[in-house]
Design a protein around this ligand. Sequence first.
Ligand SMILES: [Zn+2]
Ligand SMILES: [Zn+2]
Length: 368
Amino acid sequence: MQREWFEKDYYQVLGVAKDASSKEILKAYRRLARQLHPDANPGDPSAEDRFKEVSAAYDVLGDETKRAEYDEARAAGPMGRPGGGQGGFSFNVGDMGGGAGGIGDLFGQMFGRRGQQGGAAGGAGPRRGADVRAELTVDFEDAVRGLTTTLYLTADAQCSTCHGNGAKPGTSPQVCGTCGGRGVVDDNQGLFSFSSPCPNCQGSGVVIPEPCPTCHGRGVELRQREVRTRIPAGVADGQTIRLKGRGSPGRNGGPAGDLLVDVHVAPHERFERRGKDLMTRVQISFPQAALGGTIEVPTIDGGHVTLRLPPGTQSGSRHRVRGRGIDNGRSSGDLIVTVDVTVPTEISDEQRSAIEALAAASMSGEVV
Ligand SMILES: [Zn+2]
Ligand SMILES: [Zn+2]
């Protein structure tokens, strides 16, 4: 475990989410490496520094094992806070570092380090908006087919009065005098020196002398929002769908958060899901079971499929109908039919004599 790991948020360095896939990480790295490569930026030492940062970040995040160790160290480290949260230590500084020295948004985050800020009055840098969670319950059939629906949310939206900067119209946010806009103050803890959030500006790097009357300086207000979204075919109960950029708005030009939709699938009276397969039960009579034959089995699309049962079909046996399960557009599962042999509770005289004859035949040792 390295000290660097505590100080640097490699995810921020690469501009990817904490749960980014390895593919996304590779993509971000390639893009940045190309952009920052010393050959492309001759005589620019800051580009070279950033190139090294990006390489160091990818060295860890690009390796599944190292990445897991890194995540663990950050969550459990001396100043780690499981689940992240607001402010804290130098690795969070990046949130507010942008704007310093006119560095582009993406790299603002890397300049929270001491010595690199250059004392420039940067103010608050871009901040990504928060993720928003929503729940959606869909019918079983809709989950199988997929659907387009509208989510009605009451969620943070950019304040319409101050356009998100939190200041009363006609005034503007000021650079914090305590931290000079860095958002952090230094804090020596023996061997390591960490930074903690500035108490004057709560880490934002700016103070708002006259807050916006609508949002009281938050820059966001609750608003009703409608989000139209496509739920893919085959969505499962408990699955979460991430809609990029549909969460809370970012601040100071930062990207919006994501909207996470937790999907609940209502149960169906006739079908159950097991992965991509659909399970159903049908009842057959004893003669059908004993003699075999064909039965019609309802399918999820409202139609029927013909199932051929062999003679001597047992109660509780399962029969697979290929390709009539859930089709998610790439492949489809099967329909699995469990047959239950029913015993009649009321029988006619004619049926009674037939069953008695069957019983007599069975007793006399004939094979049934
Ligand atoms: Zn406002
Ligand atoms: Zn401050």
